[in-house]
Structures are given as C-alpha cells and as structure tokens.
Design a protein around this ligand. Sequence first.
Ligand SMILES: Cc1ncc(COP(=O)(O)O)c(C=O)c1O
Length: 358
Amino acid sequence: MIPQVKPQLGREEEEAVLEVLRSGMLAAGRQVREFEEKFCAYNNSRFAVATSSGTTALHVMMEAVGIRPGDKVFVTPYSFIASANAILYTGAIPVFVDIDPATFNLSYQELEHAAKKHPDAKAILVVHLFGLPADMLEIVELAHKQNLILLEDCAQATGAAYRGVKVGNFGKAAAFSFYPTKNMTSGEGGMVVTGDPAAEEKARILVNQGQRRRYDHEVVGYNYRLSNIHAAIGLAQLGKLDEFNRIRVENAMYYQQRINNPEVIKPGLPADRTHVFNQYTVRVKDREKFTSYLTARDIGFGIYYPQIIPAQKPYRDNHAGAWPAAEKLSESCVSIPVHPSLRRDEVMFIADAINNYG
Ligand SMILES: Cc1ncc(COP(=O)(O)O)c(C=O)c1O
C-alpha cells in the first residue's frame, strides 16, 4: 500500500534525540530555545513560543491576544476541529463562514457578508488549509477596516507564502503544528508566533503554568511546554523543511499537469501564492466508488474532512446555519498521497491510475 502520509525521519533526528537523552536534560533546555529562535528566523517572525501541540498553540494564541468569553470569532467550518475548539476553550463563540470550493479556504465574499451581519465580532481565525494560503490581501484589508483581530492557523502550511510573505506574519499572531502528518514534525508540538511583545510575553507565561519566575504564578496557566526531545526532532526537521516542501510541490505539480480525468476535479491554484501541499485534495462525484478503486490498487487516501465542524456533536445544537460549499466538499473530497517520501514511480503510478478511473 502506498501510504497517504509518512514522515521522513533520518540519522539527524536519531542523533539529536540521543544527544538529549544522554544529556539527562529532558525539559526546558537549550533545544527548545534554539527551536524557537530558528523557527523565527525561518519564518521571518519576530517572536516564537514553542508549545506541546498545534492545538495548545491555538489555545494559548487566543488567550495571549485577549480573546475573551463571549467574543465572536469568524472561522471556517471546513478544517480540523481544533481550529474551532480553540475558540470554545476561551469561552468565545465561533461564527462559521462558508468557503470557496476552488481553494477549500474561507470565502472572502462570505466573510464580508458575515462581518456586516456581526459588526460586534472581535476576530478572524484564518486557516490556510492543505498548505494553501487564504486570500490574505482582502482578509487583511477587511480586518483592518472592521477593527478585527486577525489570527492565523498555519498548522498545515509551514513554509507557505502569500505574495512572497510567509504565512504567520499577516495578523496579530499565528499557530503552527508539528504533528507527524504535517510538513515538518517534532512528534507532537506546536509554535505560536507574533510580532507583538505583549502577546509573546503572555503566551510564554501561559504555556508555563502562568509563572514568570519559578513558583510566582501571575495567572492560571497551563503546562503546554514542548520537551527537549521534541524540540530536538523539530530542529532537525526544520533544517529539511524547504526540501520537503520542494518535493511536495514537485509531486503536486506532476498531478496538476498529468491528471486529465474529467471525473476528478483538481485543486485550484491561485498564482499569487506558494502552496506547500500538506494535502493534495481532489473532488469526485462518487467517493465510495473512487476510494474503492484506489484501495484495489493499493493507493492510500485520506478524507479531510468527512463532516464539517458545525455538524459535529459538540457544535450541532448551538450552531445552526448553512454552509453549502463546505458541506458539498465534505462529501466529495479525497486526498491522495503527495508527501516527500513518495518515489517518482509511485507518483506516476497514482496519476496514471486516476486517469484510468471511470
Ligand atoms: C488546521 C489544523 N489546526 C490545528 C491542528 C491541531 O494540531 P495538533 O494536532 O498538533 O494539535 C491541526 C492538526 O492536526 C490542523 O490540521
């Protein structure tokens, strides 16, 4: 079976982990600070605070920028559930805004509409889904005009850029994930980045039990710290990220050019942004038939996502509304392997198999 996801780990990661184990310093050490510094440098961000996951990064980011109970936050219904859960953790209210089916990202027109309907909203959480930056020019302008705090969920888009600017630098703060399915991994792990020193200070205190100095607790914080072991893996992976992303893009471009089956709709690719293809997601009419066809040929696939967030149990009773574009995509989407561990002949085999489907 050609796996749908597969992290690429090598000698560098093994040696980095062994070095931490042999040092006996498993937490709060040099590797975490170095990971933060190198991530800042990579992403052209001013500050970075490492966290134990992308989810905890999102939560801390929300609190650090002052999202409070009752605040309305615009967010896509079409993402991994953590994007919206982070809003609920703070007691704020997710306001779901439909997507653009060509890009799977928040529709700017729908957002403009929602902003008129909810003039009291506090923030927008933009998700750069599957590695494709959202329509940042329009979204930044709208956030500015309506005085909305702009936040980014970059979990699937480490290294992606919009008009040459890396994601994570468009709003007040951003969150990244280093889960093994992401463009780079630290095992589990995440990062909050911001250009605002006050937000950085708050995030740093919140991830470490609310303490600035040892046993001097200023607020109710969390243990959301990243361990040295995870940071060491993250550091090794960060050094390889551009190469990983280059191969992802190469694989995706092969599909873009080679797949020509009218039964299979390829993803939209706006020219003004650098997609890093955490997923390569197509749309098909009969998903059952298409995925059975892939399985019969030993081609792995993923369904991201089979249900939109407002249809999930914790949301469905409190979030009435209609998101027809997102709902339609959740019924027709299929992600095929695009990761950098694929061999060239596997990519060619997958494209040919898809062209013969029907
Ligand atoms: C868009 C998005 N946001 C948030 C997360 C949460 O990240 P993590 O799994 O590291 O907690 C993920 C990944 O799983 C994600 O894909």
